[in-house]
Write a protein that binds this ligand. Structure first.
Ligand code: PLP
Length: 395
């Protein structure tokens, strides 16, 4: 590296730090759960996406341990070379039956949701095509769209009328609509039925990313195609095994032709090692729990209702959330980081989120409710928000 580059990087980092925007990694000294140990302190945790508390569930842990004993640790190769193991095959069969966005759906697994999105967009869209994307979509949908070299058309958040105008003006050969199902920083839902209607009217491929909806929305957590009852109207349902399922990996579910095409052509699928078979076995155990024990999902939604009502009655603004994702709006970036720090001092772990993750002036603390929180945990957090919010003049 040249010294000019290093000086440049150091200046940029110093400016971020001076503005109170430096991101730090908190090191966990415990498994994921309603309480976690960070910096030698036990905190009530609202920062993870472990919605159902499966990341440290004994049956999921046992499946990973037994899987490692049986299959080893590394997958050794990509799926098409020799890295496709029996647990991957079983997981794909079970996921397809569970998610089932259309009759005869099949599923394909990836080592992460991020890779699944890169795979789909780069395989299905190219130079003569256009990808229509909600302005608040997750970074990996944007990255996949840019990598595809297709025209990248963003529409205002959840605005079907604005999307219609852009579709009507497009001359692209193939058109693809891509949206988060649940927006990860706001917790609101995409207007999926309206988007499906536009996809039908304009002959588009309809793609929905269920990362924060897998295991959370729809019957037993089948996702938003089920939640909105738009079966057969969504071509591509992507999801993750890394959030509510508590493990790691991405999946795509769709028609046999689509899934076979991705399996043959998607570069992130072809050129990256498959995720460890023991991890696929752990995903299978998690899927079993999701299907067999719906009480967890009921608790998740009860906790969400209690927590949202509590924060709102304290005077906090939570935007338009319809999910366990709870954006506590602050506005100014450094004050959002201060709120997160004050909560931390009061024993509550919730991250401050600022630009570039959200727009300038829309900084917030994001708290994620889980099924494993007790009413005591939630009340502790409400008390901490009340105290810290009062100290900072937010409420
Ligand atoms: C988290 C997330 C992803 C990435 O999933 P991973 O399995 O963590 O790679 C993709 N899309 C959305 C909308 C997400 O929130």
């Amino acid at each position: 590296m040249t010294s000019a580059l290093i000086a440049d990087l150091e200046r940029g980092l110093a400016a971020r730090e001076a503005a109170g925007l430096q991101r730090i990694r908190r090191t966990l000294a415990s498994p994921q759960g309603a309480r976690v140990v960070v910096d030698g302190r036990e905190l009530v945790a609202f920062a993870s996406n472990d919605y159902l508390g499966l990341a440290n569930h004994p049956e999921v842990v046992a499946a990973a341990r037994d899987g490692a004993a049986r299959w080893g640790v590394g997958a050794g190769a990509s799926h098409l070379i020799c890295g496709h193991f029996a647990p991957h095959a079983a997981l794909e069969t079970e996921l397809a039956a569970f998610v089932r966005p259309c009759a005869g759906a099949r599923a394909l697994t990836f080592s992460s949701g991020y890779l699944a999105n890169l795979a789909i967009l780069t395989a299905l869209a190219g130079r003569s095509d256009a990808i229509f994307a909600d302005r608040l979509n997750h970074a990996c949908l944007n990255d996949g769209a840019l990598l595809s070299r297709a025209e990248f058309v963003r529409y205002p958040h959840a605005d079907a009328a604005a999307l219609r105008r852009r579709l009507a003006a497009s001359k692209a050969k193939r058109k693809l609509i891509a949206t988060d199902a649940v927006f990860s920083m706001d917790g609101d839902l995409a207007p999926l039925p309206a988007l499906c209607a536009l996809a039908e009217q304009f002959g588009c491929i309809m793609m929905v990313d269920d990362a924060h909806a897998s295991g959370v929305f729809g019957r037993q957590g089948r996702g938003t195609v089920d939640h909105f009852d738009v079966h057969g109207r969504v071509d591509i349902q992507v999801g993750t095994l890394s959030k509510a399922f508590g493990v790691l990996g991405g999946y795509v579910a769709g028609s046999a032709a689509l899934v076979t095409f991705l399996q043959q052509r998607a570069r992130p699928f072809l050129f990256s090692t498959s995720h460890p078979p023991a991890i696929a076995a752990a995903c299978l155990a998690a899927l079993d729990l999701v299907e067999q024990e719906p009480d967890r999902l009921t608790r998740l939604w009860d906790n969400t209702a209690f927590f949202h009502a509590g924060l709102r009655s304290l005077g906090f603004a939570l935007g338009a959330t319809e999910s366990p994702i709870t954006p506590v709006m602050v506005g100014d970036a450094s004050r959002a980081m201060m709120l997160s720090d004050r909560l931390f001092a009061r024993g509550v772990f919730a991250q401050g989120i600022a630009f570039p993750t959200v727009a300038h002036g829309q900084a917030r603390v994001r708290a994620i409710v889980t099924a494993t929180h007790t009413k005591d945990h939630l009340q502790t957090a409400l008390d901490a928000f009340a105290g810290a919010g009062h100290d900072l003049g937010i409420v």
